[in-house]
Design a protein around this ligand. Sequence first.
Ligand code: NIG
Ligand code: FE
Length: 420
Amino acid sequence: MAQANPHPAVSADGCWHNLRLAPQLYVSEVADIPEGTLACIVVQQGRMVWVGPQDAMPAQYQALPRHDGAGRLVTPGLIDCHTHLVYGGERANEFAMRLAGASYEEVARAGGGIVSSVRATREASEDELVALALPRLEQLLAEGVTAIEIKSGYGLALEHERKQLRAARRLGELCAVTVRTTFLGAHALPPEYAGRSQEYTDLVCQVMLPALAAEGLIDAVDVFCERIAFSLAETEQVFEAAKALGLPVKLHAEQLSNMEGAALAARYGALSCDHIEHLSEHGIAEMKKAGTVAVLLPGAFYTLRDTKVPPIEELRAAKVPMAVSTDHNPGTSPCLSLLLMANMACTLFRLTVPEALAGITRHAAQALGLQDEQGLIAVGRPANFVLWPVQQAAELAYWFGSKPDCTVVRQGLIAQQAKA
Ligand code: NIG
Ligand code: FE
């Protein structure tokens, strides 16, 4: 049975002082804090109760236990808002196929792709899935992640989707991290339904979704709307079923082509539309109206050697919030570093550093409906923050391939202490 590395449940309560707050990611009790001013965060019973310049900290907190930040930069805990973390097997062979010239669609049509992960996931037990996913999760957590979304979608049958979602929930119990589960039963057509897409969509809507929702396993519902996956009409059918159950939706939208999926998702009040390389102006306008977050996934873009960049300038002009995520999955983004994704969102998609940092904190929280709890350092929220060994916020997106020695406060506990 999988066991998390025993992390001592050390309370983070007390006064965290000598901190430098990363700009735009906090709300201070005493106006804005000029950059470079030392600040403190007071934590009581696992929640932040005061945030501000340290020379303005009320006397009542003076006697609390002290945690010296030694001038380190602090951000909210990072949020990975789009992952397929729970699966069996790996797909390094497809990496080789694509290097030899095959496209993602060709690999999928040749029986590889998502369906090959479905085979391996179906063969694995729930315990095995937890054991496989745990070290992946631990790598993300070591880099300051305090909330993560985990999708199903490699089971594609009731019992196997259940197994994936239960494994995801168990990961949240093993490691004090917020896990949001997303049901992605409409990820690919399982081989036994070849040529019977409508029948499979009916099964998703009428059997799988209601059963798994009743078991409390679903926080949101997603669909892969694409030529090689589900049509716009099938997507809408799944959204209707989610709506009937009161579940929020999100969408793998316009990754390989423009299906106008984003506009549809926005009409259903989607939390987010993800990938969106081929997003249209109409899609942007509908997302803006609905307050839907645009989730950028540079890992998949990079792996597939895509050349169509998401319409960043248009999203920026429309003030659609942009999030950035790993999209961790065994096919198109076997990536376990959210900071690397922030770097690639800047380099490949031309995000500014503040946009990239909002993308892995504030906006990622919004993409999960967690904006009142996570993604921002502010009074009243659970203590989730990270102390980084850097001088300036830009360094978080600048370095790549390194694992920063950070202190992580997660759910009011000191989950990781920096070595130096
Ligand atoms: O987000 N685009 C569809 N789904 C995944 C890829 C899944 C896979 O290839 O296994 C994604 O990139
Ligand atoms: Fe994905």
